[in-house]
Design a protein around this ligand. Structure first.
Ligand SMILES: Nc1ncnc2c1ncn2[C@@H]1O[C@H](COP(=O)(O)OP(=O)(O)OP(=O)(O)O)[C@@H](O)[C@H]1O
Ligand code: SF4
Ligand SMILES: [Mg+2]
Length: 368
């Protein structure tokens, strides 16, 4: 992944020759490129009041190359699943560009859209809910082929059996029903189904959050193996930073629909520059190799997305906020090879300041 506009996706936003997100999409083997993706909902607030405007995703830009993973992190309600649905073409953006395999997915004609949908497949958190309990696994895996290809029954069955093996399931599982599997096995089936149409991009929304920790590791290893073997690009959504650190190449930190920090995983984990990223990292103890960050009190509630703060969206909870933060919204800018949307980010970089050196901050756990 790279921020859209960087010349080599593997190099990240601040690499030599790196460029800002408003520039043209780079050519190359990009599975997906998004620019200014926005999704707004009209929300009813009672009979007498006019509908509110809820911006769930507000101008997100990124690109993911084949074989790379962009992880999206942030608190509940920050817009992760909405972004996932828009990228997987389950719902349209209100504004912005989405290119799948270099093709404009927003303005595509219906036949083209149907083709594009096959290239971006989704894996959900709850595999049981997404698998038809009345169908055998073989039929579940073959359904996408039946709808989207001209393969005959024998060829479909052969493909389904080969996919079962690829995701670590046994031949006899072909005849079984979803309730006969463990949670981890069901998620393997959901992954297998997502791969039946040979997509370039898999959008995985909290795919291991519902699994036991030991099973999580197995499914994550499977995803890593499949990515390596098939050159898959992943848009990987997770609130678990340990999981993100394992699988991601690049990270996008979201808050109230906006990108607050975005860049190579190593950069962000080694030296988070946005106070919100610092708070998230500090709330995950035992992340080896990350700086010792004192836990930051995230004061107050997450603001309502129907009435976000005027200036910096994080200003109501940020321990470093100054007057300017409440008046002026910081635009993301390149700093230390990542994008960061904070007026004071340079100060943190220059002084090597992260939350661990601020004695005024108390310990707390932000609820992800
Ligand atoms: N269909 C919808 N209509 C109205 N508002 C919506 C709709 N879908 C999502 N929202 C709102 O958009 C915001 C983002 O929701 P979203 O589900 O994308 O967050 P999330 O980051 O995935 O949260 P979680 O971690 O809890 O899954 C929330 O305020 C949510 O209430
Ligand atoms: S802009 Fe101000 S309020 Fe926002 S994160 Fe930076 S210091 Fe905090
Ligand atoms: Mg979600």
């Amino acid at each position: 992944m790279s921020v859209v506009g960087s010349p080599g996706a593997a190099r990240g936003p601040g690499a030599a020759g790196g460029s800002a997100p408003h520039e043209a999409h780079p050519a190359g083997n990009l599975a997906v490129a998004a620019r200014g993706l926005t999704r707004v909902y009209e929300v009813r607030r009672g009979v007498l009041r006019k509908p509110g405007r809820l911006q769930a995703v507000g101008g997100i830009s990124f690109a993911i190359e084949a074989g790379r993973t962009l992880a999206v992190v942030g608190e509940s309600g920050c817009g992760k699943s909405t972004l996932a649905r828009v990228v997987a073409m389950i719902e349209p953006p209100s504004a912005g560009e989405l290119l799948l395999g270099g093709v404009d997915a927003v303005h595509a004609a219906p036949t083209e859209r149907r083709k594009l949908r096959k290239t971006a497949q989704m894996v959900f958190q709850n595999p049981y809910g997404s698998l038809n309990p009345r169908k055998r696994i073989g039929a579940i895996l073959e359904a996408p082929l039946e709808i989207n290809t001209t393969l005959d029954a024998a060829a479909r069955s052969e493909r389904a059996r080969a996919m079962l093996a690829k995701v670590g399931l046994r031949p006899e599982h072909y005849e079984r029903y979803p309730h006969m599997f463990s949670g981890g096995q069901r998620q393997r089936i959901a992954i297998a189904r997502a791969l039946m149409l040979e997509p370039a991009l898999v959008v995985a929304d909290e795919p291991v959050s519902a699994l036991d920790v030991s099973v999580q590791a197995q499914v994550l290893n499977l995803m890593a193996d499949l990515q390596r073997d098939l050159g898959l690009a992943y848009l990987f959504i997770s609130h678990d930073l340990a999981v993100v650190r394992y699988l991601a190449h690049e990270v996008l930190v979201m808050y109230l629909g906006l990108a607050l920090e975005q860049g190579a995983k190593e950069r962000i984990f080694a030296r988070p520059l946005h106070p919100y990223t610092q708070a998230l990292l500090a709330s995950t103890p035992g992340l080896a190799g990350t700086p010792r960050l004192q836990r930051i009190v995230l004061k107050g509630e997450l603001p309502s997305p129907l009435d976000p703060p005027q200036g910096c969206v994080f200003s109501t909870r940020c321990p470093h906020a100054i007057a300017r933060c409440r008046d002026e919204r910081p635009s993301p800018r390149l700093l230390d090879e990542r994008l960061v949307a904070c007026h004071l980010a340079e100060n943190f970089l220059e002084s090597g300041h992260t939350a661990d050196r601020n004695p005024g901050l108390r310990s707390s756990q932000p609820s992800l």
